[in-house]
Design a binder for this molecule. Structure first.
Ligand SMILES: [Zn+2]
Length: 381
């Protein structure tokens, strides 16, 4: 988390907990890999473990590891010591793609060997403008700093060598939509990472939708589009209602312009949720509308696409559609890759830009690739 006036919220929380419980109490912490592995939080906690998977499907397993290690530490069976390597780089590290998949499989195999208790890769959150931004490797050993430093350095060097090779191909809007329309195997699942509410976007950008409408796309669905006012109007109109609706394109300039269209309400459901692994994510009230051959699922909670329930809640089976457009960066992959004939990424004009050099940073520590070509990755703990 980054809050106004707090660049390291979790570090602050862990420090305050430490000041309450004292130096002898064992503190274990589980975090999302899109956190920032600041030295404050690592030094103040005894054990920090991040999820390894992105999509984050291993939240429970990692929590069990934290608990197990805390209990072993309390019993005096192990003495956790942390090593941290700073790769001085930014990137997106989807564990569904080959290089990162291999790295995660390897670190799982390394745990338990050479006194290594746990290995975490901190992807960091590139849209957070904080001094300790960047990819870091955290290795916890059983009181073997030399082995921890060696493993962290080796894995850090491997991540440095992976620079620029961990992202999927991104398509321009017209090119991507045309490819999806001319596919011969379906469904084609199209992600809109730039409008990912999980990263802070409005989830109401209309650029890809307007391109689908302009091409008169058939059997296409898109969601979740955040527009509580439009959802309310659809509930008033009821299923089957047809009316002129202005929707989407509201949150900011990066939302594009609203869509004006004759719509038919085709599905309504209250208090919906979707799932990612065992995580339940609220969608709020949902309304599905149809414009020609395109269905749009609108929500009252601003969130990204995770589970198939996003569509099935309102009576749409995404497996029966040709094009499924999802506002999400990567978490959608857990549920949608298994049903997709092809997964594509379209780089639209939402606020979550894929080119980190376009982000107007003011606080980040430099050097930092790709902002800087020359860096000096190194052990920092
Ligand atoms: Zn995350």
């Amino acid at each position: 988390m980054v809050a106004d006036g707090y660049d390291d919220v979790e570090g602050d929380i862990v420090s305050r907990v430490r000041s309450i419980v004292g130096v002898d109490c064992v503190i274990g912490v589980e975090l999302d890999p899109h956190c920032h592995i600041t030295l404050q939080r690592i030094k103040e906690a005894n054990i920090t473990i991040l999820y390894k998977e992105f999509p984050h499907t291993d939240v429970v397993e990692r929590a069990e590891e934290v608990l197990t290690l805390v209990l072993r530490t309390i019993r005096g069976e192990v003495r956790p010591v942390s090593s941290v390597f700073d790769c001085q780089q930014l990137g997106s590290y989807r564990t569904t793609l080959p290089l990162m998949r291999a790295l995660v499989d390897d670190i799982i195999a390394l745990e338990g060997q050479d006194n290594v208790l746990s290995i975490s890769i901190g992807h960091s959150f590139p849209y957070g403008d904080v001094p300790e931004l960047g990819v870091r490797v955290l290795v916890i050993t059983d009181n073997d700093k030399v082995a921890g430093d060696r493993t962290a350095t080796s894995l850090g060097a491997r991540l440095v060598a992976m620079r620029g090779k961990t992202m999927p191909e991104y398509f321009e809007v017209e090119d991507g939509v045309t490819q999806a329309l001319t596919a011969t195997a379906w469904p084609v699942v199209v992600a809109d990472p730039a409008d990912n509410a999980g990263g802070g976007a409005g989830s109401d950008n209309t650029t890809i939708l307007r391109s689908l409408i302009a091409h008169d796309a058939q059997d296409a669905v898109i969601g979740p589009l955040w527009d509580p006012i439009a959802v309310q109007m659809c509930f008033t109109a009821e299923v089957g209602g047809r009316f002129q609706l202005r929707f989407g394109g509201k949150t900011s300039a990066a939302s594009g312009v609203p869509v004006d269209a004759w719509v038919e309400v085709v599905g309504l459901a209250r208090d919906c949720y979707q799932t990612l692994g065992i995580t339940r994510d609220s969608l709020g009230d949902c309304a599905a509308i149809r414009i020609g051959g395109i269905e749009v699922v609108m929500t009252t909670h601003r969130t990204q696409a995770l589970g198939l329930e996003l569509f099935t809640n309102v009576g749409i089976d995404p497996r029966q559609r040709k094009i499924v457009v999802l506002k999400s960066n990567n978490h959608f992959a857990a549920a949608y890759e298994p049903i997709a004939a092809r997964v594509m990424f379209i780089d639209a004009d939402g606020p979550m830009v894929s080119d980190f050099s376009k982000i107007p940073y003011t606080k980040v520590g430099r050097p930092l690739w790709p902002l800087d070509a020359e860096t000096s990755p190194k052990l920092i703990l």
